[in-house]
Design a protein around this ligand. Structure first.
Ligand code: ADP
Ligand code: ZN
Length: 553
């Protein structure tokens, strides 16, 4: 597909320069354009900032008729349309929350003998819920004016993805109605199973797949233990490494965003918060101040991001645990789009895991970039819940891992091979690798599992650790846990070490956290249970566990 002698090649190059102002194509852009213009269904995996928009906007411009683009977010669509109109490319959008008269006007143009629009953007619910739109498309199709269908953020189709949207599932109807019209599906994030799911749900035929490495060499990754001084740490980090530069701090709840922003302002940073329960004007104003560099730090929920095009974001900090590796990768991807070195720092605490787990199971987590401000329908059904907790557990495992290269860990998740040699010490684990030593902790692990059993699987992580280390506290005595044979068995073991083994057992699903209750301000209570088949292997001596610890020098 990289050949330069397609009938449209000259036109392509001329318009890329003249209309879009690009001197050349970025990796894969030419190939994708040639494949879709040859009439194939195409699936594109390209990291954020790779230049996906051009792969359909340029064909839309030089092909006769109209390109239908399905995109999840009105703000993203508006941003695109603004750019298209600036380049004199006629484009319009239809969305559910648009004035009826405005919609009428666009529809009239669509019905007119020669429709002038080159691109028509719609939100997915327009396709799922409006027969009306389908009739318009049929009409265009009958007049041979429907040229191509583009599904942006295509991973939203998949239940297995981190950003499932029920309305996307209805998009299969497009291929059924218009089997001959080429579909171009684009995403910046998809594992192998998500990709299969998307191809199937959309009904793509003999689809040509383009994927490029998701490694972002200019981003530096690290995970830092989150303590009570987290905000002081963040302040210091920004001062030391990114003073007066632009960054995003992702927070779990709306309240966290506000608190973090306030604290940073006390530290004299130009910070603001952004979340879905602000009204649209407030949000727009924050976004515009940010793009004009009047604010340089935005404390946001994941609602902030999709479609953020600022090239010089120098750091992305996660103030709490992201909900999946895919989400994390995408959020980090907003840093360093201009190719300059940028930092991605994640503040991790195990207690955040419990908190996020609780929030996910109660459907109170703000999802990325949803339009309405309401939690998405279907976010609490049981299949979803299971996927969500698996995704979350993988994220915990990423954070708990202080051995393997962060890039390797992320890329393996996307089914990509990566030799950590090529990280060149641009992640914390590669940097620290010499100073750690392996240690067999199988015995500690067995004792902890036994202890959870003998405490009748009704106690929390910290209680189990207390008993293991021989505490004689009121609660220990009241429960007669001082009489258990393993009481004090870990007296000589550092608390941090025992606690790491315990967390590792949860990551390995030998123990399970059963989250009981919580308020949204951080206090959660959960009890540890034993996952029998897996624990059996350990207790029967069929499994050993080694972890790495700092060498004692
Ligand atoms: P994505 O959708 O993959 O995140 P975009 O389509 O938003 O990426 O493109 C990211 C940035 O790269 C935009 O500012 C765009 O103008 C720019 N860009 C895209 N293609 C090219 C190119 N061939 N040459 C130079 N800049 C480009
Ligand atoms: Zn590394």
């Amino acid at each position: 597909w990289s050949k330069q002698d397609f009938p449209w090649t000259k036109k392509l190059e001329a318009n890329n320069k003249k209309v879009f102002g690009n001197h050349s194509f970025r990796p894969n852009q030419r190939e994708i354009i040639n494949a879709t213009m040859s009439g194939h269904d195409v699936f594109v995996l390209m990291p954020t900032g790779g230049g996906k928009s051009l792969t359909y906007q340029l064909p839309a411009l030089i092909c006769p008729g109209i390109t239908l683009v399905i995109s999840p977010l009105v703000s993203l669509i508006q941003d695109q349309i603004m750019h298209l109109l600036q380049a004199n490319i006629p484009a319009a959008y239809l969305s559910a929350n648009m004035e009826w008269t405005e919609q009428q006007e666009i529809l009239r143009e669509l019905c007119s003998g020669y429709c002038s629009y080159k691109l028509l953007y719609v939100t997915p619910e327009k396709v799922a819920k409006s027969d009306f739109l389908l009739r318009q498309l049929e009409n265009l199709h009958a007049r041979e004016l429907l040229n191509r269908i583009v599904i942006d953020e295509a991973h939203c189709v998949s239940q297995w993805g981190h950003d499932f949207r029920p309305d996307y599932q209805g998009l299969g109807i497009l291929k059924q109605k218009f089997p001959k019209i080429p579909v171009l599906a684009l995403t910046a994030t998809a594992t192998a199973s998500v990709k299969e799911d998307v191809v199937q749900a959309l009904g793509l035929v003999d689809c040509i797949i383009f994927r490029q490495s998701f490694n972002r060499p200019n981003l530096r990754f690290s995970v830092i233990p989150k303590t009570k001084k987290c905000l002081e740490d963040i302040d210091k980090f920004i001062r030391d490494h990114h003073f007066d530069e632009c960054g995003i701090i992702y927070c779990l709840s709306r309240m966290d965003c506000e608190k973090v922003a306030e604290k940073l302002r006390e530290y004299k940073h130009k910070a603001a918060f952004y979340h879905a329960s602000m009204d649209p004007e407030q949000r727009a104003s924050v976004q515009s101040q940010w793009s004009k560099d009047e604010i340089n730090i935005i404390c946001a929920t994941v609602a902030f991001g999709m479609g953020i095009n600022k090239p010089d974001v120098r750091f992305v900090i996660h103030h709490s645990l992201p909900k999946s590796i895919e989400g994390y990768h995408q959020e980090c991807g907003r840093a360093g789009r201009d190719g300059q070195n940028s930092s991605c720092v994640l503040y991790y605490s195990y207690s955040d895991y419990i908190r996020v787990k609780y929030m996910l199971s109660h459907g109170v987590v703000e999802q990325s970039s949803f339009t309405s401000g309401q939690p998405r329908a279907g976010s609490t059904n049981s299949g979803r819940l299971e996927t969500n907790s698996e995704n979350l557990l993988r994220m915990v495992s990423y954070c708990e891992n202080d051995v393997d290269c962060r890039r390797f860990l992320q890329l393996v998740h996307f089914g990509e091979k990566f030799d950590s040699f090529n990280c060149r010490k641009t992640c914390d684990n590669c940097l620290n690798s010499q100073t750690l030593v392996d240690k067999d902790v199988t015995l500690i692990a067995k004792q902890l599992v036994e202890l959870v059993k003998s405490a009748k699987q009704q106690f929390s992580t910290s209680h189990i650790l207390d008993v293991y280390r021989g505490s004689m506290s009121q609660i220990v005595k009241r429960n007669k846990h001082n009489l258990l044979s393993l009481h004090g068995a870990g007296k000589h073991i550092a608390k941090g070490e025992a606690s790491r083994v315990l967390r590792h057992l949860v990551v390995e699903e030998i123990l399970v956290e059963d989250v009981k209750k919580s308020d949204l301000y951080g206090s959660t209570s959960s009890i540890l249970k034993v996952n029998d088949p897996k624990a059996g292997n350990l207790l029967a001596g069929r499994q050993t566990i080694t972890l790495r610890f700092p060498s004692a020098v």
